[in-house]
Design a protein around this ligand. Sequence first.
Ligand code: SF4
Length: 447
Amino acid sequence: MPKLLTSNIQEWLKRLPGHAGLGNVRYTTSGKSDETSIIQGTQPVTASLNKLKLAISFNGNIANAMLLRKELEQSFPGFSYNCDSDIVCQKLLLELDKSGNLAEAVAACMHSLDGAFSVAGITAEGELFAFKDPHGIKPLCAGHSPDGATYAFSSETVSLDMNGFIRDFELAPGELVKASKDGFERIQLIKNPRKAFCAFEYAYFARPDSRFDGKYVYEIREDFGRNLVREYPEIVKDADVILSVPETGDDSAMGVHEASGLRWERASRRHRYVTERAFILLNNERFSTIDRKVNILGSKVKGKRVIVTEDSIVRGDTTKIIIEKLRRAGASKVYMFVTFPRIIGPCFYGIDMATYGQLIGSKHKPEEIAKIIGADAVCYQSIEGLVRATGHSRGELCLACVTGEYPTPYAQKLADEMKGKFLKGYEEKGRLYETCEISSAHSDKTN
Ligand code: SF4
């Protein structure tokens, strides 16, 4: 499959006929991770049955994908599975074939899929639609062009902004929205009292220039930094300067700087042309990439007690390399200020941290983590502080990876069973939702 170069996109777009389109920047949390499989799993995915056709683009992850895969293999003789986007597309098509009604088909999917799914799709008739899972775990918003001629859905507001579009609204959990030349038609299919927007979007995943509920993610991350200063006054007293892990720690560093009065040294620099996000790289690529990606200006940290701001610690290896570099540059103390609370459990909803074994926080307390990664202290923002800064209540957020309380029943059952096994020494063989068979949990996803 040829790779599409950014410089050729405009030329390619001109060749595409039709009035509606779908795009996707895939972040792999399902299917194999080798390059061929990643390309095969590229979205949008399409499926056809009888005279029906569908294309969808999907953000999220389906926790009960393996159970649904079996069901679909029985219904579709030629069903081929690359990743869970195939499940979403084929399941929707199957339901559409049964009912002949898009809203009924989407509602049926909302009841059967356990996980996070913000979906945009096009029917064979060219109808553009989008829907969000009943907990609203992943973002999805709608907007229009200034001349009113074009309607769009986007995971984040930033892509509407960059195309000069005006944001209209964030889709509600359990909502289906259809777009036509007359505008948006909003249909609330499932009203779920338990919302669960991913808290990790605020700390790491979303772009800082995106807005959720009218507030820039950047501003919330600044608040995270202020919270850390309030929560760890003794550490602040014992520090000389602030440094941020570029670029994910920059936003909270501003908050730490403002609240503490400490100088924020821009002494950790990122290589402009090494652009991979270390978190999403395959294991073997991560070490060398981080080493090439971040450089330290030695004279700015030599002999200094340094607070380093970072968005999260998942495996700990990224942070460990940066601390090693700081020590080599002569930093006398290194305190980590981490905006996302300690990650103790896997994510089954679209962030690729899907086993207990890969999470340094699943087995170790902050003091132990500090020892392992070579820091003088690891200071996590409290869950309460994070929740307050987002402007939501705790019951409106997904915090499963830091609390162990999963908003959907199958994911909760999977987490409980596998945590028990993990603590007894079970060796995980891959992402839990792809490698572990557990019996189906109660299927009403609106709990
Ligand atoms: S488990 Fe964590 S990363 Fe996954 S959706 Fe919930 S808050 Fe986000």
